[in-house]
Design a protein around this ligand. Sequence first.
Ligand SMILES: *Cc1c(COP(=O)(O)O)cnc(C)c1O
Length: 432
Amino acid sequence: MICDNLDINELGHLTFSGFDTVDLVKKYGTPLYLLDENKIREKCHLYLETMHKYFGKDALPLYASKANCFKQMYKIVGEEHIGIDVVSLGELYTAHAAGFDLSKAFFHGNNKTDEDIYQAIKYNIGYFVVDNEEELLSLQEIAQKEQVVQKILIRITPGIDPHTYVEVATGNVDSKFGNAIATGQADKIVELALRQKNIRLVGLHCHVGSQVFTEDVHLKALRIMLDFVKHIKDKYNYETEKLNLGGGFGVRYVESDPLIDIESKIREIADEFHQVCHKLKIREPQILMEPGRSLIADSGLTLYSVGSVKKIIGYKNYVSVDGGMTDNPRYALYKSSYTCLCANKMRESNNFKCDLVGRCCESGDIIQKDILLPDSIRRNDLIAVCTTGAYNYSMSSNYNRLPKPPVVMLKDKQDYLVVKRESYQDLIRNDI
Ligand SMILES: *Cc1c(COP(=O)(O)O)cnc(C)c1O
């Protein structure tokens, strides 16, 4: 199986985290998002322990909450003693509502409005990750009015190609994010930040992209960032306290994807870090990392009911389900791969070639092309799409006025609702 929390029981049903998926559908309906709480906690723990082991006790993972955000997620992450990165007031509001300690929150984004800045200061957020000069100057002005000194990191563009989809690459010089070292803009914004009275620059940030598998991308970014740490030490006598290396580790969606071992990856980056700091004679900054996908993707599974099996003779076959691009837009956006299974017929062989499509009035509403399902597939069978913990619920929409599915958390022997299914009343809540 594609993830170790999947199995098949004696009824030939797919189990997830020990639960019979057919039973869960009877209880909660479809479409349905499931999350494996034990696995989420395992991953938080793995990141924290591994970073402590190789970078030292002050290292801290931050959950990139755009991957999947709702109150209970922040509660779990908080209990696991890791920090968060947020990219909007909506995420910040949710974290606050969940009682998350916002001194461990880092505010990202390439366009924070004045209102965002003001409210985040009011929330006493720990850190801003400043993207550009205009943001920096606005932050200075608002911080001065509010009589605070705001801690910041500056987002730096190391200028490397992460070899991932262009839509999720962020480390290249021409990215919309951050300040490129190559153009001198990184140097300039550091100098500007150091002159602001109500801003305390505590470090630098970089994030090269997402779903990255290429061996040396993170190592290259690290070396470039440490060279820059050395450069600003020599030039401005400025010592970088924190270095945030972002997220981006790829996860396995289909059998042909490699499996990244998080511990060995972190060890490799840490070895290089200690060596280069020593060589450059710079004091080792505290290391932060921002896993999103690799922390939560394989904790998720989505279940759908089949509505129709359409055989266009001489052409192709379609299996339609009761969700689609509204709950998982990733194929439509990036042609992302997924493993799709018939959850109630796991013992049957899969010989029926088809495209798995959603119910939206849109030909691009595809979950996965050219998959194999049982020949007997028919209306009311159940389809499971694996590894949907990251960038599914958080990217969901109400297109075609479809209510969003609920999120159910699975822990030990207990299943519990963490996000209710949207009602039709919810859909017209803001209509006047
Ligand atoms: C999206 C994002 C992450 C997380 O990326 P993953 O690929 O999900 O690990 C981390 N940091 C920043 C700034 C991001 O935008």
